[in-house]
Design a protein around this ligand. Structure first.
Ligand code: NAP
Length: 280
């Protein structure tokens, strides 16, 4: 895949997480580097829980240009940065660290990447009623991004009311904690739980009768490509999208921050689509 020989001048970026060996990020970023012929390489660093802050801090001394951050280190990464973007500051978490001449800047590209993926479908959250299932890290990023994209309302549904309220608060006055029955009034329904990844369950046993034409149902899960929620939404005539677009766009934003270049989106998408079709 790499078209450039690695030598002493090669720029290094990577991902920290636990587990990290099945991460798609090396494929995405190395595809982007080789497509543009950049002297960059991206590797996966397995970093155990509790060592995230130290791993991020080491970037400056090692000269690592950029890090993607995945579970369980997003909060620790934000702590280790000298500066946070407003989005990372509000979330208290960073999925991206950029080494700017030794100064570490934390950002969170998940939410904006999700909005970018909707834009690919010609869909804007502005003025729309949105419902987010789940209140974890990805849900929080999506809630904040929907509010910043001027959604009319953002309802958060979670098992733990305190978490739903905390996530909804990220949307300010437009955010509320609600119930799965509110899906009938939503223009956009987002699954930000892992439910449907390995089972045939629909999150919160959402009644398919609440879904229909005119709605967009998004699942942040990308494997399988067609989750149980997306399958019932399609049957009911709703538009659907899985998490692959978000995955590509959050990486594209990281690539832009680290290299200052426009990411080759088509090549990145094609690489992940080919990867997942091989697994089928
Ligand atoms: P997380 O921080 O662990 O949050 C998971 C959320 O799902 C929590 O609110 C959790 O509630 C809820 N949940 C888990 N099992 C549930 C169940 N059986 N019923 C109802 N709610 C349940 O995880 P995350 O990082 O936010 O990730 C969530 C999903 O988004 C994952 O599937 C992940 O792969 C996906 N994701 C995709 C992308 C992408 O680029 N496409 C990026 C990030 C994440 P409790 O607190 O009550 O357990």
């Amino acid at each position: 895949m790499l078209t450039v020989a690695i030598d002493g001048r090669t720029n290094v970026a990577g991902v920290i997480g636990d587990p990290v060996e099945h991460s798609i990020s090396p494929l995405l970023h190395n595809t982007a580097f080789s497509t543009l012929g950049l002297d960059w390489v991206y590797v996966a660093f397995p970093v155990p829980a509790g060592r995230g802050e130290a791993a991020v801090a080491a970037m400056a001394d090692l000269g690592i240009r950029g890090l993607s951050v995945t579970m369980p280190h997003k909060v620790a990464a934000a702590r280790a940065c000298e500066r946070l973007t407003p989005v990372a500051e509000q979330l208290g978490a960073a999925n991206t660290v950029t080494n700017l001449s030794g100064s570490l800047v934390g950002d969170s590209t998940d939410g904006p990447g999700f909005i970018d993926s909707l834009a690919e479908h010609g869909w804007s959250p502005e003025g729309k009623r949105c419902l987010v299932l789940g209140a974890g890290g990805a849900a929080r990023a999506v809630v904040l991004a929907l509010a910043q994209a001027e959604a009319k309302s953002v309802v958060v549904v979670a098992r733990q009311r305190e978490q739903a309220l905390a996530a909804a608060a990220l949307a300010g006055a437009s955010g509320t904690a609600g119930s799965v029955g509110d899906a009938g009034e939503a223009d956009l329904v987002v699954n930000a739980t892992p439910v449907g990844m390995t089972t045939s369950e629909v999150p919160f046993e959402l009644d398919p009768g609440l879904l229909g034409p005119g709605q967009l149902v998004a699942d942040l899960i990308y494997a399988p490509a067609l989750t149980p929620l997306l399958a019932v939404a399609r049957e009911r005539g709703a538009a659907t999208t899985n998490g692959l677009g978000m995955l590509v766009h959050q990486a594209a934003r990281q690539f832009r921050a680290w290299t200052g270049q426009e990411p080759p989106l088509e090549a990145m998408s094609a690489a992940v689509v080919a990867h997942f079709s091989q697994l089928r």
